[in-house]
Design a protein around this ligand. Sequence first.
Ligand SMILES: Cc1cc2nc3c(=O)[nH]c(=O)nc-3n(C[C@H](O)[C@H](O)[C@H](O)COP(=O)(O)OP(=O)(O)OC[C@H]3O[C@@H](n4cnc5c(N)ncnc54)[C@H](O)[C@@H]3O)c2cc1C
Length: 326
Amino acid sequence: MSAATNEYVASLPMILDEVEVVGVERVSPSYVRVELAGPCLADCSVDGPLYDQRMKIVFPNAAGRLPSFAGADESWWTTWMEIPEHERGSMRTYTIRDLVDSGTRTRIVVDIVVHDPGPDGTAGGSGNAWALRARAGDRLVVMAPRRGHEFGGIEWSPGTASRLLLAGDETAVPAIRGVLRDLPPDATGAAFVEVPTADDIQRDVVAPAGVDVTWLPRGDAPRGASLHAAVIAWLTGSAEPAPQLGDDEVDPDLWETPVYSSSGETVAAATEVPVADTPHAGLYAWIAGESKVVTGLRRRLVNELGIDRRQVAFMGYWREGVAMRS
Ligand SMILES: Cc1cc2nc3c(=O)[nH]c(=O)nc-3n(C[C@H](O)[C@H](O)[C@H](O)COP(=O)(O)OP(=O)(O)OC[C@H]3O[C@@H](n4cnc5c(N)ncnc54)[C@H](O)[C@@H]3O)c2cc1C
């Protein structure tokens, strides 16, 4: 049964409904761009700029079937997780690259990174496998912001910062692009983006004149090496290699923002702003990508350079060798 027909789903504070793929484009070696449409998206809207607005996609199970959310209420997550794993499909997190048009013509645009199979032998994950075969007419379930309701999912929160740092890998490109697009014209700072190849550079990224954007094609270099070096050089003036971290040094759910800590650290009250007498006063750093790479940068910025925790957001968007849970 289509979730669209269910009045409980319609009453949830977010959209949780089926959509149809109306556009698929392999825009570069590592990105498949999909456009998603459906009547439910007439209600999809964010109160303010999108910035790095995240959403969820439920991909079909191995038999190509989507789970039904018929009868879902606020306990939909528990109900869905009770469905046997091979039947329920898999949920992954993505960024809304763009929200285009309006009313029943509203479409969500998502850039899905496609990559080699993971070392665990999975076909690179369900999101990756789906994107490589995506066709117009395919169906997915999305969980997305509903007009007039608090959805969360925007982490960009620079407060009164006067200097901005954005850093991320290919999975963070849609988010970094969104933040740069939505910044005020007088913003200043830098963005560093590591992508698999030079052909993955997205030339339509626009940024305020005071924000330098540096693309770092990885090529055969180790993941995160050039991102780490570029960020530290920007902050300190001297380049350094990325640290070699053991798997046990990486928080599997790495998510450290001024208002949330996955490691349970004490977080500042949301009203507190960066203080003037800390190192790198006035800086706000937003860093997202593979968890080990982000952990290495976090360690350097917070533990060694002494950047105040209230000035930083470190987000593990994915973990090398580990399938996301759902
Ligand atoms: C807030 C947020 C926003 C995100 N936005 C986007 C986005 O806009 N676009 C996007 O593509 N991703 C985005 N991601 C990352 C995405 O959710 C993960 O990459 C996810 O693991 C993809 O699911 P999968 O089913 O393809 O792989 P999984 O089933 O999770 O993993 C299977 C295997 O694939 C590997 N793998 C997963 N992702 C990659 C990758 N990018 N490169 C190489 N190997 C990988 C894993 O390490 C594992 O070995 C976002 C994540 C978060 C938390």
